[in-house]
Structure formats: structure tokens, C-alpha cells
Write a protein that binds this ligand. Structure first.
Ligand code: GDG
Length: 748
């Protein structure tokens, strides 16, 4: 978005993922097999479901902690997702995670429902661990990559990351509430935390109220100007960055939940659950992590009083309370468990009969199928949180109620209550009001239940977690999830462009005309793209150019374009024009540097499986695409360090799975300018996928058209998803151009 353009050197990276998610926990659980071997199991949360397609499409990686202290793991791939584990020591776990995250920030951000503890050594650990996460992400991100940091445990990461990698596009999403300034201002490190967050380009919250609290805190503590959701944040160079802070209410995989709920085995299990509870008229359900924010005590108290007063009877109503174990090493949580279990024991002692249990209390985690069976088996869902960022349980219950039956009692203090207005909304502190709502829910007529549930279901179906992530990413990158095909806006722009007098169509090759492959010599343009290029080349006043980082020799071989195609190789160092080839003459010093470089890279790459060095007329490229991700990082780092130490005058350029060094600085922007002049073009279309294509986009003029292929920050005004869509785009341009400029001839 508004990040300053990176210095050439900053573009270097040692691994190359275009999209990185950073969260405290990885989406996989570590398991130790019977023979001590390491295995991994997916922990399929909503976040993983939402981000999986994005991660796959964008060559993504996930940075996070594996859930076990004092263990280091190498990066690995699991189920198609690249995993980069960040280690935590036992003491960091206590101070950064259980301490600062869960005993300082969590209670503070939930309106001090429990008193937050402030300890300086916890803060120190928080800073240290946040830096480690930031470093891991900085190492893994490709130039211009999108990094999406998740949640309150990592609020300092955006700033730390921006300092290391100003080229990145950084997003942050806060899953929990953000408190009003009167509460937030208790935090001894209130300025540092805000400043940490302001390193992001987009800061997402669950509710508009949270975003408002954050913006007001920034104004109070820093005095920065704000306009609606845009904050003006001055950078070190005095330049102002526009940071967006607004709500992006999270959701669930609604279709996935409904699909589970419709499964006959899950329905049979729901039936079985009802039977085992003695088929009561009404089953009320609570599902929460055992957390003091969830209002479990208030719920139990209200239920107990309703039984005591005879407004509900154990003959008719059973409350099932799933309290999944959570943060059991934090003292407040241990106390909470004792209190809840004491209450449940008393209430059951007072009200249960031999045939009817008042409360079925379950201190377990369950597989998702079982959770869905519980939702199906229940008539009334009780969500009585005292403060909750969103509350996904409420949305899950709604998504599973495909028969349009079931009643949701929902606390006003959840983010979900902003959207789920047809629930029975309650203030859980008002025990009388809560009791009335529970009775109303138990006795609500079928028609009224259906009316409300239909509206709730529409809402949850339409706003699912995929929409959440695409809306966030769209705000962050201006692209989000890119649909296949040619978007309408681009179609219209092509039609306009086709009317120009003399058109130059300049195209990157790898990743644009040709899908990326492991062996560069195997790359070929798609058949459709080739055919469209031939049509364009045969059209009046239309020139085609291929602009690549490859050496011209290799480009000619793989691209094999129609006669008359202009070409640029080695990032503009070499040109093939109508007047013949333009080869470069290296000066003695450049030749010596090139020789030195060859020695260094040969040594560094020796013995590394999959690594290979490509010769170019004015430099060398070290390819690491086929090297294991961790080894690729090490290799690129080592190569860069050696070259910088020994031959500092070289230009370094990072790309996808490649690092390049050249003795003659040049870029695709310069190439495009020369091609434009040579062709005498009145307008240009440039299409490219790589960060090196950004130089060409930067050289475009107002009547030109830039199209970026795939994700990542870009100066191009338009995007398509893949080389297949580029072929579509070229076909449409050829059609439009033939309509206005039919017949083969060539100028000058
Ligand atoms: C934080 C914010 C925000 C629970 N027990 C089991 C189980 N669960 C699943 C639920 C639900 C999820 O865990 C809990 O999500 P919530 O939203 O209800 O609450 P938090 O854990 O506090 O989450 C919250 C959320 O982040 C997302 O941004 O909504 O406000 O506090 O999906 O179904 N799942 C399984 N077994 C269990 O025993 N399988």
C-alpha cells in the first residue's frame, strides 16, 4: 500500500513465499509417535479453512509455534502448506504466553473482567518473542510479499517487520476486543504496543467499536491525524503512511458446518445424545473454552434460579455445558474451574433426580463431528459472554440449524451480536433479564423460531470466513482472492487500449506466459497464449515484446516466438531489436567481478542438492527453487553474505526461488522504455508476475495498461490470477485489435 519503495538490496530474501500468515500457534499439532518420532496432525480451525485456498494459490507459508516448549523444528510441508516453526523455551512460554499474553493483555482487553497482572519481565519476554516471530517472517517473505499477522500475542510484529522489510505489505488482525482508552491506558507499555500495531498497513478488528477505541487511543497517545478508518502515521523519513484501521468481523466455514450437520451419521449421533439425556423437552447448550470471559457462571446462576423458582423443571429441561480445558497453568483459570465445578456440583445436588440430570457438565475437548451433533441435539444455545471478540460458537450453532429450528440466546457483549440481531439478545450481568430470555427461548413458538433462524442463517451463510479473509486481503493488497478470468474493469481497459494507433504488447515470460516449473529449460508458453501472440503480431501496427530476466539465449530457446517479436533478456541488459541483437561489452573490471562471482557461487552451491547456477552475459543467477525451503534460505543467505563481503559493487536481486547478481545494473523498466522508443508505440500493455516486473510497471505512462499476474503488492492497476488468465487476456486483446486494426503489416 503506502510502504516506501524498497532499496534494491532490501529486495533480497532468502526464501520466497508470497503470502505469509504469522500466528502464535501453527495450524498443526506436534505428536510424538510411539518410537519417539515426530509426526504432525492438522488442527483444522476456521482460520486454516479460510486461508488454505489463499495459501495454496499464493505459494504461502505459516509461521508459528508448534505447541511444545524447548524444541526446535526445521521448516516442513504439511498437507500442502509450508510450515515454519518458531521455537519457545519453557520460560518464554510462562512469561510471553501464559504471562503477558494471557494474564496481562487478555484480561485488559476484555474490559478487566479479571485483574490484569503487569510484570516487566513478562514484557521483556513479549518483546523478545515478537522479535523472533518477526525475524522468521522477514526471512521467509519474498520481495513485496503479503504478511498477515494474527492476534494479540504478536502486536509488536508489524513494526518490527516493517523495519526489517519495508518492501512487505503487512496486515494485522486482532481476534479479541480492543478496550476503551480509559482501560487501555492502564497498560504500562501502551505506547509501544500501539506503535507496534501501526507498523501494519491494515489493522483489522472484530467490531467497529474496537476499531474506534484503537483509533482514539492513537489520537490520544500520538496525536496522529485520523479520517474515518484512515490514520496518518509519519515514518522515520517524515513521509506519511496511510494506515487503515477498521472492522472485519470474522466468521466460520458455514457450508462446511452445514454439510457436517446434514450427514446421516452426525444426525444419528444427535439423536443418540438426546436419548441418553432422557429425551427432555428442551436441551439448552453452552459450549465455551473454560474462560472467565464467557459468562459461564452467570449462565449457571440463572439456570439454577429458574429451577429453584420452578420456572423450569429438570423433567423438561437439561443444560449441557461443554467447558473445554484452557490455559490450565494460569492461576485465574484454575480458580475459575474450581468455582464452576463447585457450582455445577451444588446445582446438580440440589435439583437433579435419579432420572433427570439438571446439568451435564463436560470438561473435555471433542472432535468437530461431536460438537456438531451437540448443536443439532440442542434446542437453545446459550452464549452469555461478558466480553467476546466475536464468538464463533453462536455462528456455528446457526450454521448447523439447517431445519430453521433452534433458538440462540446471545450476549450483547459479543462481536457476533452486531450481526445476529434476530437472536434473543441479553445482558448477562442482568440475571433477571437472562432468566426471562431463557424461559422465552424454551417456550418460543415454532413459527417464531423459524422466522428468526431463517434470517440468522442467511446472515451466516452470506458472511462466511472465506468472505472475511478475502475482504481483509482485498483491503490490504487491493487484490484479495483473485478470481479466474478477465475482470470487467480490465476487459473495458483492453477495449480502450486496442484503439491506440501503435500498440506495444510487452510480456514477461516465466510465470506470465509460461506456468512456473522446476526446470527452467522445461518452461513453455501456454498454447493459447502462443496463438494469441501470433494473432497480435499479424495485426497492423501491433508489436509484441518478451521481457525476461533470463539470458537472451535461453529466452529465445524456451519462448520460440513468432518472427518479428522484440526481446529483452537479463533484465534489460540484452535486447533483440529489428536492427539486430544488442549485446553488451563488459569492461575489464566487470569481467573480473564476473569471474570472481562465478568462483564464489560455485563454491557456495557445491554439494547443495537441487541448487544450480545460471550464466548470464552480465551476471549469474543462483536457482534454489528445487532446494528444500530451509536449505534454500541458508544457501541464499550464505551466497549473499559472501558476495557482499567480497564483491560489494554488484547488484543483488531476489526473485521466486532465485537470487541474482549482476555486474551491470539494469532493469525491466529501462528495457521497456527502450522497446517503447524502438517501436514508436503510442500505448503499451505490460503483463508480469514477478517483483522485477514492478520496474516495468513503474515505467508505464497514463495511456498504458499494467497487469500483474497473481498476489503480492504491485504498481499495476489490474490483476489476473495465472498464465491461463493471461492467455484469455491476450485472446481478448487480439480480438479487439483485429476489429480496429485488421490485416498484417508492420511499421516502420
Ligand atoms: C477467540 C476470541 C473470536 C471449543 N471447544 C471445542 C471446540 N471449540 C471451538 C468452537 C469454536 C472455537 O473453538 C471457539 O471460538 P470462539 O469464537 O467461541 O472463542 P475463542 O476461543 O475465545 O476465540 C473470539 C475467535 O477468537 C475468532 O476470532 O470469535 O471472540 O476470543 O470454533 O467450536 N472445537 C472442538 N472441540 C471442542 O471441544 N472441535
Amino acid at each position: 500500500m503506502n510502504a516506501p519503495e524498497p532499496a534494491r538490496d532490501d529486495l533480497y530474501v532468502d526464501a520466497a513465499y508470497d503470502m505469509i500468515v504469522v500466528s502464535n500457534r501453527l495450524p498443526v499439532d506436534y505428536l510424538q509417535g510411539p518410537d519417539g518420532e515426530t509426526t504432525w496432525k492438522s488442527s483444522p480451525g476456521g482460520l486454516v479453512t479460510a486461508l488454505e485456498p489463499v495459501m495454496r494459490a499464493a505459494d504461502g507459508a505459516w509461521v508459528g509455534w508448534a505447541g511444545v516448549a524447548d524444541r526446535e523444528f526445521d521448516p516442513f510441508e504439511h498437507d500442502g502448506i509450508n510450515i515454519i516453526p518458531v521455537p519457545l523455551s519453557e520460560s518464554e512460554l510462562e512469561e510471553y504466553y501464559e504471562g503477558f499474553s494471557n494474564d496481562t493483555l487478555w484480561p485488559l482487553y476484555h474490559d478487566v473482567i479479571a485483574p490484569p497482572s503487569y510484570h516487566r519481565e513478562w514484557w521483556d519476554a513479549y518483546v523478545r518473542v515478537n522479535r523472533r516471530f518477526a525475524e522468521a517472517a522477514a526471512r521467509a517473505a519474498s520481495p513485496g510479499a503479503v504478511v498477515w499477522v494474527q492476534d494479540y500475542q504478536l502486536q509488536l510484529v508489524p513494526r518490527m517487520l516493517r523495519e526489517k522489510r519495508p518492501d512487505l505489505v503487512i496486515g494485522f488482525f486482532n481476534h479479541i476486543p480492543f478496550p476503551a482508552y480509559g482501560i487501555y491506558s492502564q497498560l504500562p507499555w501502551r505506547r509501544q504496543v500501539l506503535d507496534g500495531l501501526l507498523g501494519a498497513d491494515v489493522i483489522g478488528f472484530q467490531r467497529a467499536a474496537d476499531a474506534g477505541n484503537f483509533t482514539r487511543a492513537v489520537r490520544r497517545l500520538f496525536g496522529y491525524a485520523t479520517r474515518g478508518s484512515v490514520l496518518d502515521v509519519p515514518g522515520p523519513d517524515g513521509e506519511v503512511r496511510h494506515v487503515v484501521a477498521r472492522q472485519f468481523p470474522i466468521s466460520i466455514d458455514s457450508a462446511g458446518f452445514e454439510e457436517l450437520a446434514r450427514r446421516p451419521d452426525v444426525q444419528a449421533r444427535a439423536h443418540e445424545i438426546r436419548e441418553s439425556l432422557g429425551n427432555p423437552e428442551t436441551i439448552m447448550l453452552g459450549v465455551d473454552r473454560l474462560d472467565y470471559t464467557k459468562g459461564i457462571r452467570h449462565r449457571l446462576k440463572a439456570f439454577g434460579e429458574l429451577l429453584r423458582d420452578g420456572r423450569l423443571s429438570v423433567e423438561d429441561v437439561t443444560l449441557v455445558q461443554v467447558a473445554s480445558p484452557s490455559r490450565e497453568r494460569v492461576e485465574t483459570y484454575r480458580q475459575l474451574r474450581d468455582e464452576i465445578e463447585l457450582m455445577v456440583g451444588r446445582l446438580n445436588g440440589d435439583h437433579s433426580t435419579l432420572g433427570h440430570q439438571a446439568i451435564a457438565y463436560l470438561h473435555h475437548g471433542y472432535p468437530r463431528e461431536e460438537m456438531v451433533a451437540l448443536y443439532l441435539a440442542s434446542d437453545v444455545m446459550l452464549v452469555t459472554a461478558l466480553r467476546d471478540g466475536m464468538n464463533l460458537v453462536a455462528k456455528e450453532f446457526v450454521a448447523c440449524s439447517f431445519d430453521d429450528d433452534g433458538v440462540l440466546v446471545l450476549s450483547e457483549f459479543t462481536g457476533a451480536s452486531d450481526e445476529l440481531r434476530q437472536a434473543i439478545l441479553v445482558n448477562p450481568h442482568d440475571i433477571e433479564g437472562l432468566k426471562d430470555a431463557m424461559v422465552e427461548a424454551a417456550h418460543m413458538p415454532r413459527k417464531e423460531r423459524a422466522r428468526r433462524m431463517r434470517a440468522l442463517r442467511r446472515r451466516v451463510r452470506e458472511n462466511d470466513v472465506a468472505k472475511w479473509s478475502s475482504t481483509f486481503l482485498k483491503t490490504l493488497t487491493g487484490a484479495g482472492i483473485i478470481a479466474s478470468g478477465v475482470p470487467d474493469g480490465l476487459d473495458a481497459a483492453i477495449t480502450r487500449l486496442a484503439r491506440t494507433d501503435r500498440l506495444l504488447v510487452a510480456l514477461d515470460f516465466d510465470g506470465t506466459l509460461a506456468p512456473l516449473v522446476d526446470r527452467p529449460e522445461d518452461a513453455r508458453a501456454t498454447n493459447r497464449a502462443r496463438a494469441a501472440i501470433e494473432r497480435l503480431a499479424a495485426t497492423d501496427d501491433t508489436r509484441v515484446a518478451i521481457v525476461s530476466g533470463r539470458a537472451l539465449e535461453s529466452l529465445k530457446e524456451v519462448a520460440d516466438p513468432p518472427a518479428g517479436t522484440l526481446m529483452s533478456g537479463s533484465h534489460g541488459v540484452e535486447l533483440q531489436l529489428d536492427t539486430g541483437g544488442v549485446t553488451i561489452d563488459l569492461r575489464d573490471a566487470e569481467l573480473a567481478a564476473l569471474e570472481h562471482l562465478t568462483r564464489v557461487l560455485d563454491e557456495v552451491a557445491a554439494g547443495v542438492d537441487g541448487a544450480w547456477v545460471e550464466w548470464k552475459p552480465a551476471g549469474l543467477a543462483l536457482h534454489t527453487r528445487k532446494v528444500a525451503p530451509d536449505a534454500a534460505s541458508d544457501l541464499q543467505r550464505a551466497a549473499k553474505a559472501r558476495v557482499e563481503a567480497e564483491i560489494p559493487e554488484l547488484t543483488v536481486r531476489g526473485g521466486k526461488g532465485v537470487i541474482e547478481f549482476s555486474v551491470r545494473p539494469s532493469d525491466k523498466g529501462e528495457a521497456l522504455t527502450r522497446l517503447r522508443q524502438h517501436a514508436g508505440a503510442s500505448a503499451v500493455m505490460y503483463v508480469g508476475d514477478d517483483v522485477t516486473d514492478e520496474d516495468a510497471f513503474a515505467a508505464l505512462e497514463s495511456e498504458d495498461l499494467g497487469v500483474k499476474v497473481g498476489q503480492g503488492r504491485s504498481l499495476a492497476a489490474h490483476r489476473v490470477r495465472s498464465p491461463e488468465d493471461v492467455a484469455d487476456l491476450l485472446e481478448r486483446l487480439a480480438e479487439a485489435r483485429e476489429a480496429t486494426h485488421g490485416g498484417p503489416s508492420r511499421w516502420p
